[in-house]
Ligand binder design. Sequence first.
Ligand SMILES: [Zn+2]
Ligand SMILES: [Zn+2]
Length: 268
Amino acid sequence: MQTDLQAEPHPTENQVIPNPWVQTLKNIFLPEFCLQCGVRLLTEENGFFCPTCWEFSPPIERPFCIQCGQPHQGEVGFGETRNFPCAPCRKNKPPAYTRIYSPARFDGPVAEAIRLFKFNGKPRLARPLGERMAAFAHQEMECETYDAIIPVPLHKIRLRHRGFNQAHLLAREILPAFPNAILDESLQRIRPTRVQSRLADEKARAANVVGAFAVPREQSFDTKTVLLIDDVVTTGETVAECATALRRAGAQRVDILCAALPSLYSTK
Ligand SMILES: [Zn+2]
Ligand SMILES: [Zn+2]
């Protein structure tokens, strides 16, 4: 147990985002095209999608739920800008976290970017995804209230296999948006878990992650407000379990910021 909790080094993470000059030269000889509309990409910022397609990837805008972060269907575009809780959040028992925030729906170029980022080893997509998260944070969150930014950890076996933790790369990108926060990696995944989206129901997903996360005994988050970072929050069991471990270590409040939220009304 103790050895499991020791911080794993991230041997390749410092090298995975290539030098921008290398990208520029590469683009001259090996032009890149927007994966959505096919237009030639002229900037190196994204490398996969043109600014227009990227900007029009469905955002989450006010009004959205002040607990799960999901947009309120039918309210957008009618001048309603106050956020309020959705019906399921009002009804269900409150989770260990307080709020989930996300700038985008898991749809269009953002969804494709996350798939490439995570499963096809394209870590430079951390930058444009992180930029969307930071812009949203400036607009919708009280950034100065957070003491620590904590990536949802991967188990060390999966980390070794993938070479990087996508949540850690996103956390590193958005850290400058939170003036009083430090990047903290003491939260550990102490046993491997199965991929949540492949499990049949809520019960199986909750059982899959229960007790999967822990903070080393010497680490205290006493009275701290912390922000957990993940790429996608699908059903919330994973972040709820992380929040439980952080609350057990003393955290006063745990919020979540993720790159995208799948709609609860369509593809679940
Ligand atoms: Zn495009
Ligand atoms: Zn809600």
